[in-house]
Design a protein around this ligand. Structure first.
Ligand SMILES: Cc1ncc(COP(=O)(O)O)c(C=O)c1O
Ligand SMILES: N[C@@H](CCOP(=O)(O)O)C(=O)O
Length: 407
């Protein structure tokens, strides 16, 4: 920070703005456009990048007006990315550093992680691009098919282990302390250095105006800290004069942070996470718990939770306004709905929900919701209409449809 403080906020703002939309290696990446703040000493030749970042900050006008009574509601689509989740932001930094270490002949044979499906997808893609072996520990039958096929296709060694994410995390920590395998989970701060650029990007996309609220779904809890760090650096280096209030949203079936928050930060108890449609945050013993608490306490933050029905309904509502979000973003939207209903978030507050993965990774749960295959769920289901292949039958369906729209 001392070195960065040699330049003022105006210098950094104009440097970052000058790199947007350019292809000059490596600054066209949203992460590497902030290279001086991320990993200053790395040689551009060592960087492994898929031009991640610069994701759409979507003005969710219809969702905001219709369901929240808000005119200034935005969704930061971090999931519209090379491997379909925000994990690309941190993984480009970690794999670049490993690439550099290997060129320096350091004993790093490969890179490994435990994953609920997104970290493994990002790790295997970036490693494959650089020709570095990757090893992923996945909880058997607990991640989506789309997520499972990503590391398989990218040539990773995929271990499908009969445990949950927390069990995989424990195993990979043991293994990486014995073997020359570099641990890629978010307890490694290189990951967070990349992920923090999403916060800087939000400020940049608002022409360096600070939103009132940023809502992030939380599992292993690296991302909420990364957002805090990005905002805080912008404040300390004079790019902006305040930071937003942060909200971390958890699934009620995997809510150790929420329970800790509700205890007044008195007692943290890791727990056995139950099955949730937000499967990527089915985590009971998050590695970054202390960092998350630090971020929330220093941003006047809040923790909320979402039941299975709430998160699936929120996802369906968002999709019905033209988005195609993942269940974890449904968790964050539920938090927003609750905080709007209780009046904590005001109708004029500029609010950003961070969308963390692409909806196409979670088509099974969406299909089940819309087909009415999930008992007790489907308030906003839109099932396909089965119709005979004749003109009259098709016309009958269309007439009913047009009449229903007229009402
Ligand atoms: C899609 C998605 N959303 C949210 C999260 C939560 O992020 P974090 O583990 O950094 O809290 C994860 C991973 O845990 C994820 O894969
Ligand atoms: N959702 C994550 C869980 C692991 O988180 P990490 O950020 O510590 O790697 C995943 O996709 O694996």
């Amino acid at each position: 920070m001392e070195a960065l403080k040699k330049f003022d906020g105006a210098y950094w703002r104009s440097l970052f703005d000058s790199r947007v939309g350019k292809t000059t290696w490596p600054y066209g990446s949203g992460v590497w456009s902030k290279k001086e703040w991320v990993l200053p000493e790395i040689d551009p030749d060592d960087i492994v990048s898929a031009f991640e970042g610069n994701s759409n900050l979507f003005w969710a006008e219809r969702f905001g007006k219709q369901f929240l009574g808000m005119n200034d509601f935005w969704v930061k689509h971090c999931g519209i990315s090379h491997t379909g989740s925000f994990k690309d932001l941190g993984m480009t930094v970690l794999v670049s550093q490993v690439n550099r270490l290997r060129k320096l002949k350091r004993p790093v044979f490969g890179v490994g992680c435990a994953s609920t499906g997104d970290t493994s997808a990002a790790l295997s893609a970036y490693c494959a691009a650089a020709g570095i072996p990757s090893i992923v520990f996945l909880p058997a039958n607990k991640i989506s098919t789309a997520q499972l096929v990503q590391p398989i296709s990218n040539g990773a060694l995929v271990l499908s282990i009969d445990t949950d994410f927390d069990g995989c995390m424990k195993l990979i920590r043991e293994v990486t302390s014995e073997l020359p395998i570099y641990l890629a989970n978010s307890l490694n701060s290189l990951r967070l250095e990349g992920q923090k650029t999403a916060a800087i990007e939000i400020l940049q996309q608002f022409d360096w105006e600070v939103p009132d609220w940023v809502i992030v779904p939380g599992g292993n809890l690296g991302n909420i800290y990364a957002f805090y760090k990005g905002f805080k650096m912008c404040q300390e280096l004079g790019l902006v004069n305040r930071i937003p209030r942060l909200v971390c949203a958890q699934a009620a079936n995997a809510n150790p942070l929420y329970l800790y928050y509700k205890s007044g930060w008195k007692e943290f108890k890791p727990l056995k996470a139950n099955t949730t449609f937000a499967s990527a945050i089915q985590i009971g013993d998050p590695v970054s718990i202390d960092r998350a608490v630090f971020a929330l306490r220093n941003s006047n933050g809040i923790v909320e939770e979402a039941t299975e029905e709430e998160l699936m309904d929120a996802m369906a509502l968002a999709d019905s306004t033209g988005m195609f979000i993942c269940p974890h973003t449904g968790v964050a939207l539920t938090a927003l709905i609750k905080l709007r209903n209780s009046g904590v978030i005001g109708s004029d507050d500029r609010t950003v929900v961070v969308s963390t993965a692409h909806g196409l990774k979670f088509t099974q749960s969406k299909t089940d919701y819309h087909s009415g295959d999930i008992p007790g769920m489907g308030r906003f289901a839109n099932p396909p209409v089965l119709v005979k292949a004749d003109f009259g039958s098709v016309m009958d369906v269309l007439k009913d449809f047009l009449l229903s729209k007229k009402k």
